[in-house]
Structure formats: C-alpha cells, structure tokens
Design a protein around this ligand. Structure first.
Ligand code: F6R
Length: 369
C-alpha cells in the first residue's frame, strides 16, 4: 500500500507531479483557455464579484495566502485570506457579491465548515476547493473545484497542498479570463507555464539527496527559521509548519522584510535559516532585497540554507547550503519551492526517530472546532 516507500508521506511527496497534472487535466482546452464549467457559477455571476474571501486552516490556509497574490494580480479583485477559526467571530463584511473560497483537503474540517456556513448565511456564494469527493464542505457549498491529489494518508499534507495551489491558480486565472484584465496576454502565458509545471516538480524530486543529507546533519538542532518575501513568505510559513508537525522542532516563518523589526534578534551563531529566494527575472527588486537579507543574517552568524532558481549566481557567495529549483514565473514558484521543504521536514523527523505518518497529537481531519 505504501508502494515500496517507508512512509505514506514519502509516497505522497513522490506522487506530486502526477497529482498536479491530474488537477489540471481537462481544465485547459486545446486553444489554451481554461474551461471550468464544472463550477456551475456563470461568467455573468463571476463578473459581479467584487471581493474574494478565502477561509481555510493550516496548510490549506497557506495555499490561500499564495492565492491572494495570484487573484489580486491577475484579476484586480480585492482578496482577503482568513483563518477559518477566526472568521465568523469577527463579524466579517460579506454580501451577495462576495465570493468565499473554502479550501480543505478533507472537506470535513469543522472550523472551515462553520466559516462557510456563516458566509452563506450572509448571502455570499461559496466555492469549495476540496480533495475528497462528496465530503461535507463541498456538499454545503454552491460550487466545487475538486483537487485530484488522490487519497492523502499521511497526516502532514503534501500533495494536497500542491494541488490546492493549482486549483487556486485556476480560479484566479479563470476569474481573469471571464472578466478580461489588462493581463490577458500574461494569463495565456501562465496557463502554458502551468501546464508544464508537473515536469518541473518532477525535476525537483530528482535532486533531493543533498537536502536529505542536510536535514540529517541538523537533527540535533532546536530551532530552524524560514524566510521569504511575496509568495515565498507563505512558502516559508509552510516549511515551518511541516517542521513543527513532523520534527517537533521550534520552527518559525517570517516575511524577510520583517526581520529588522524584531526577529533578527533571534539570529545567533550557527542557527539554521532557510531562505526562499524569488526569481531574479521579473520582479527583480524582490530578489535584490532578499539577497541583502541573506547577507544581514549571515553577517550575524546564521547558517544560511538558500533555495534559489537555477542560474541565479548572486546568492552563491552567501549560501552555506544551496538548494536549486527550476526557473518558473514568480507567482508559480511555490509549486517547486515547497517540495524541498517537505523533504527536509520528513527526513529530519526520521532522523529524530519520530513517527512520520502519524505525528503526536495530530489527526488527519479535525472535526471539532
Ligand atoms: C498540515 C495539515 C493541517 C491541515 C489542516 C486543514 O500538514 O495537514 O494543517 O492542512 O488541518 O485540513 P483540511 O485541508 O483537511 O481542511
């Protein structure tokens, strides 16, 4: 059942290229346009949407954070992302023109379910992004876009996360397509990039041995920090969450620009700090800023673990460990940048003797509020 792997988590990490491809399957037509008729929300209704609100928990919340960048960039519709457990208790401002997107692998997470019920009571439309056919969250939603990750058994979410990202990009691009934006050309190009991305995920998986070796060498550490900017920030949060769950280590993700506002005080000799570096192409200002963040923490003794695009030579002098990922458009980078962090956490957990598939105190679906 584990297909020759020691853990379901390893199997599920390896299945990611297929999960990503399956989630795209049938949703891009021969002309390179998106066809999401399955949403059952008409183009006219989607043109009425004046706000998108994403609710989710844990790893699915991180997918939502990334979706915000994509939705706002491609559609110019304001997008909020909120932890489902906080959402309804603050009396959120919603009406019939708000599109609420509930992201959930299991489709049974009580916090997310309660948030979507609240949204529907306010007259909003709810779109579920879900991996489990016929589960409660899609049944109670107006529309559903299923992720096709297949069953995820390991408690720590991996392939479901990548497919949630794909689904979020599809929703963002589709909204852009039906509404027409100034990014029309870019949308076509991104759809083409997205349809090739599963191959890039495959390439990342082929180069993970040094990451595993690095993880083993850090098994005695107590703390690991993660830094990112833009979509790399939620990737940093996800890397930290995986490490907490699996390795039971103190792990925190920060927006790299926030370092100087406090967290830099944590930097000490030999502290491992993972930095997700955006592409030097495109929004290069982001890239330059993070390179100076790496210099700052290294000058204070941090052991820098740098995740950077192939061909990005500027980071080389400041990286104690360099993890290469394929070049992708900035907004799609989380699909490749997250994978080494999953492998890293899984290997560290193994090296520390932890139960990888069934971490202490956790359950696969959290059906209590
Ligand atoms: C992390 C993890 C959890 C879930 C969260 C939401 O690895 O598995 O943080 O992502 O409990 O679960 P779903 O997506 O089933 O609503």
């Amino acid at each position: 059942e584990k297909g020759g792997y020691d853990y379901f988590m390893l199997k599920e990490i390896a299945e990611q290229p297929k999960a990503v491809a399956d989630t795209l399957l049938g949703r891009i037509d021969a002309a390179g346009s998106l066809c999401l008729d399955e949403l059952r929300i008409s183009a006219a209704e989607l043109r009425e949407v004046d706000k998108v609100v994403i609710v989710a928990c844990g790893t699915a919340f991180h997918a939502g954070l990334i979706a915000k960048y994509a939705i706002e960039h491609w559609t110019r519709i304001p997008c909020e992302v909120e932890l489902a457990s906080e959402f309804r208790y603050r009396d959120p401002i919603l009406d019939s023109r708000s599109l609420v997107v509930a992201i959930s692998q299991s489709g049974e997470t009580m916090d997310t379910l309660m948030a979507l019920r609240h949204a529907r009571e306010q007259g909003s439309r709810v779109l579920a992004i879900c991996n489990t056919n016929g589960s409660t969250i899609p049944r109670e939603s107006d529309a559903v876009l299923y992720t096709h990750a297949g069953p995820e058994v390991a408690v720590a979410s991996t392939k479901a996360f990548l497919t949630q990202l794909v689904a979020c990009y599809l929703v963002a691009l589709y909204l852009g397509q039906v509404r027409g934006t100034k990014w029309g050309d870019e949308i076509g190009a991104v759809i083409r990039d997205l349809s090739k991305i599963s191959h890039e995920v495959e390439r990342v998986l082929e180069t993970m041995e040094p990451v595993r070796e690095l993880a083993r060498s850090l098994a005695g550490k107590n703390t690991v920090l993660f830094l990112g900017r833009h979509v790399g920030y939620p990737v940093a949060l996800e890397g930290a969450l995986k490490l907490k769950e699996l390795a039971y280590m103190h792990a925190e993700g920060f927006a790299a620009g926030e370092l100087k506002h406090g967290p830099i005080a944590l930097i000490e000799e030999d502290l491992p700090v993972v930095v997700v570096v955006p592409s030097p192409r495109g929004r290069s200002v982001l890239h330059d800023k993070i390179v100076s963040n790496i210099q700052e923490i290294r000058a204070r003794g941090a052991r820098t673990i740098v995740i950077a695009e192939e061909g990005d030579e500027t980071v080389v002098p400041y990286a104690d460990h360099l993890i290469r990922i394929p070049a992708t458009p900035t907004l799609l980078q989380p699909l490749v940048a997250t994978v080494p962090l999953q492998v890293f956490a899984c290997e560290l957990a193994t090296a520390r003797g932890n139960e990888v598939d069934q971490p202490r105190n956790l359950a696969k679906s959290v059906t209590v509020e």
